[in-house]
Design a protein around this ligand. Structure first.
Ligand code: PNS
Length: 168
């Protein structure tokens, strides 16, 4: 049985992430989508909120599981008996960071391979930050997120006063 971990901040999950999950689910017997801590980011949503969003968005996908972990990715992967870490690559700008992480993870545990799936062309530009920025200023986030979580995200966007972003 092949198991892959798809790790990320997922703050929040976008249609771009969902596309990678669906495609990974065709390649591996079991895909574990794991919300992990990225020390460089300040998340808007709690880990519970992010896993709940992922749960809703992946409902009915038989071989996809959602969870969270607050340690090293390779430790989680080995704990789960995973052979691979799946990452989505959008553009050249992602490459340096992803390459650094893949090499670090291989140094930490060379039994686990990082597999990159290229983003679909229509999602090349998309990120969780874009979703938050569009939502914060009242734009329509419908093209960017799974429909089942759109309202929850907009509710959070409406809680932020505009001056948080430097507006007078
Ligand atoms: O969606 P992101 O923010 O690009 O995901 C990055 C994430 C969470 C996968 C990465 O920061 C991570 O693996 N965090 C767990 C700690 C870890 O193992 N770091 C890699 C070695 S430096």
């Amino acid at each position: 049985m092949t198991t892959a971990i798809y790790p990320g901040s997922f703050d929040p999950v976008t249609v771009g992430h969902l596309d990678i999950i669906k495609r990974a689910a065709k390649l591996f017997d079991r895909v574990i989508v794991a919300v992990l801590v990225n020390m460089e980011k300040k998340p808007w949503f709690t880990i519970k909120e992010r896993t709940d969003f992922l749960q809703k968005a992946t409902e009915g996908m038989g071989n996809v599981e959602i969870t969270s972990f607050d340690g090293l990715l390779v430790d989680f992967a080995s704990q789960q008996g995973a052979q691979a870490i799946v990452k989505g690559l959008r553009a050249v700008s992602d490459f340096e960071y992803e390459f650094q992480m893949a090499l670090t993870n291989r140094k930490l545990d060379d039994a686990i391979e990082t597999v990159f799936l290229t983003s679909s062309a229509e999602n090349m530009y998309l990120s969780s930050s874009i979703v938050k920025q569009v939502g914060l200023f009242g734009g329509d986030i419908a093209p960017f997120v799974p429909p089942c979580i759109k309202e929850d995200i907009m509710a959070r966007c409406r809680q932020f006063p505009k001056r948080v972003m430097g507006a007078k």
